[in-house]
Design a protein around this ligand. Structure first.
Ligand SMILES: Nc1ncnc2c1ncn2[C@@H]1O[C@H](COP(=O)(O)OP(=O)(O)OP(=O)(O)O)[C@@H](O)[C@H]1O
Ligand SMILES: [Mg+2]
Length: 245
């Protein structure tokens, strides 16, 4: 198996409270993983550890065999994250926010040019279209958008990164059922009618167990521990009851 990301014996604890305990998870090339669990179970914590922004109190995280804390800028740009709290920049436009997804591949001059005015408009438009947002939003301030529209701007920024691995924390929150299905198909690379490279490998946290059939693997987390890691075809209601009770 071609492992892209590996979490080995990872603990995350603050004082006596454990947020993650003995997490062992190998994400292989082509995996489409649904990350599920109750609110507060540790999904966002796991995603922050997996992208290297939260340092475990024990254990290690390897991206293609390299310690995640030792990645260079190019390697780091191969991991794209959709944060649960989005982390958009209110002071710049939708298009400029989307372009920040590509900062890791460009120079400081490119970054400054993007702050002065929107650049590489065609790429932004492709990401907007993939995220089901009209191009009329491109020059709007993100602070003027609805929650679901803001989430789709963050999804467009994630796609703009054209990374190898996607870590998406609740990308479908605030979206109606129709949009949820379309966006999920984009992230799972089942809908590819736009000019942007989508990652082959992803881990996506969701609160809708009815959607796990679209993935090939399901990881269930409860009170900071992985209690389920299997093909979605093997999931039964007994599994789900154990996870959510
Ligand atoms: N910054 C923090 N400091 C201390 N504890 C935290 C912090 N962030 C989260 N926690 C705790 O860690 C546990 C896991 O939180 P996490 O945000 O990972 O859950 P989650 O599964 O993503 O929940 P949700 O579905 O509500 O987003 C919770 O008990 C939470 O209270
Ligand atoms: Mg969360």
């Amino acid at each position: 198996m071609n492992t892209i990301l590996a979490l080995k014996n990872v603990d995350v604890g603050i004082e006596e409270k454990e947020r993650l305990l003995t997490i062992n998870l190998s994400i292989n090339h082509g995996d489409k993983i649904a990350l599920i669990g109750k609110s507060g179970s540790g999904k966002s914590t796991l995603i922050k550890v997996a992208n290297g922004t939260l340092t475990p109190s024990k254990g290690e995280v390897l991206f293609k065999g390299t310690d995640i804390t030792k990645l260079n800028r190019t390697q780091r740009s191969q991991i794209a994250t959709l944060w649960q709290d989005l982390r958009l920049i209110d002071e710049i436009s939708v298009g400029q926010n989307i372009n920040t997804g590509a900062l890791g591949r460009h120079s400081l001059f490119w970054s400054i040019s993007n702050l002065v005015g929107l650049i590489e408009i065609q790429k932004c438009i492709a990401c907007l279209e993939a995220s089901q947002l009209s191009t009329k939003f491109i020059n709007k301030r993100v602070s003027t958008l609805s929650s679901g529209q803001r989430r789709r701007v963050a999804i467009a920024r994630l796609l703009r990164q054209e990374s190898e691995l996607v870590l998406a924390d609740e990308p479908l929150a605030d979206l109606d059922p129709n949009l949820s299905e379309i966006i999920l198909n984009v992230l799972l690379k089942k809908r590819t009618s736009f000019e942007i490279k989508v990652a082959d490998t992803c881990i996506i946290s969701i609160h809708q167990p009815n959607l796990i059939k679209h993935f090939n693997r399901v990881v269930g987390i409860k009170e900071g521990r992985i209690i389920m890691d299997c093909a979605c075809s093997n999931i039964t209601s007994k599994h789900l009851n154990r996870l959510y009770d």
